[in-house]
Design a protein around this ligand. Sequence first.
Ligand SMILES: NC(=O)c1ccc[n+]([C@@H]2O[C@H](COP(=O)([O-])OP(=O)(O)OC[C@H]3O[C@@H](n4cnc5c(N)ncnc54)[C@H](O)[C@@H]3O)[C@@H](O)[C@H]2O)c1
Length: 358
Amino acid sequence: MHYFETIAEMGHEQVVFCHDKASGYRGIIAIHDTTLGPALGGCRFWNYASEEAAIVDALRLSRGMTYKNAVAGLNLGGGKSVIIGDNKTTNREMLFRAHGRFVDSLGGRYVTAEDVGTTVEDMDFVHMETKHVTGIGSKSGDPSSVTAHGVFRAIQASACQKWGSDSLEGRTIAIQGLGHVGYYLAKELHAAGAKLIVTDIDAGRIKRVVDEMSATAVALDEIYRAKADIFTPCALGGVINDDTIPQLNVEIVAGAANNQLLEDRHGDALEARGILYAPDYVANAGGVINVYSELTGWSRERSLRKADEIYQTVLSVFRLAKDTGIPTYKAADRVAEQRIQAVRGMIKTWPQYPNKES
Ligand SMILES: NC(=O)c1ccc[n+]([C@@H]2O[C@H](COP(=O)([O-])OP(=O)(O)OC[C@H]3O[C@@H](n4cnc5c(N)ncnc54)[C@H](O)[C@@H]3O)[C@@H](O)[C@H]2O)c1
């Protein structure tokens, strides 16, 4: 792998290799773009098959965060870190304190958070060494209701685009996954007059939604072919694929799950079938909005107001897709790039610039 060529092509600013002998910590911190603000992104703890796999993951995930944070309208750039090793280890304090020290050495250019293989308790260890961490025990708490509200707004915007009205009264919505986000979302959709078809691997979660919201439960595989207006993935990634697309019996796909398209070409395949796709990272931006609220001290009301804006963002993605003849998943990237370009091009005038102390 040619590292400088790769990061130049992908647009990264900085990649830091970190090693702490005492704890055995081996980490990579990738800062993709800080045009909008400090690079925020979680810390993934994983037993990578090779060092190259770890680097590629850090590069890919950090770039994804630039887009996600930009489209959410936040003053945040994109970054991500990975720790190489067995994430089941019980020897965590020194590992995560080492991570915290390396994060701190970047002076706030990168802000770390929980991700696959890491926990709130791990972030508490990181916090012993740096203030540049979010998702610690005492702060913003469960982001799911804010995420769910943003997805609800994305669904309304999709309805508006498809049917000329954002009313969900009488619409049928098939929800896959009734966990943290899926449950709150089901409540909002039910309150808006939608009929729900649901599934989950957890029978208790299904029962709660059936009892509370008169939802119809279906078997795991049946959710893809359920006759509904909207399919809402709230469980796993990769659920829009060669196998599921021909089964879909809906006009819209909009949900909370990350990485819903198994590959980009599946976004094109949805388009070819006339199914409108609300890009996942635009729809589920409430999660990162909640993290930002922790950094800035926003109230819950302010976070929900920001999540409300996802409605307009989704509509602007659809508009750009239509105007330029590209699929919606590509248009979402363009909207993010346009915002970064606009901020980069902002005219800086005295007395705000340059720094008067310089
Ligand atoms: N929590 C957030 O704020 C947030 C933010 C952004 C994105 N997301 C994404 O949204 C999705 C849901 O997040 P969550 O926090 O609700 O997770 P969760 O773990 O609380 O819920 C996931 C639910 O999906 C169910 N499930 C698992 N496999 C399934 C299957 N094969 N079929 C049907 N159901 C299945 C689980 O039993 C669980 O109830 C994830 O993809 C997550 O990455 C969440």
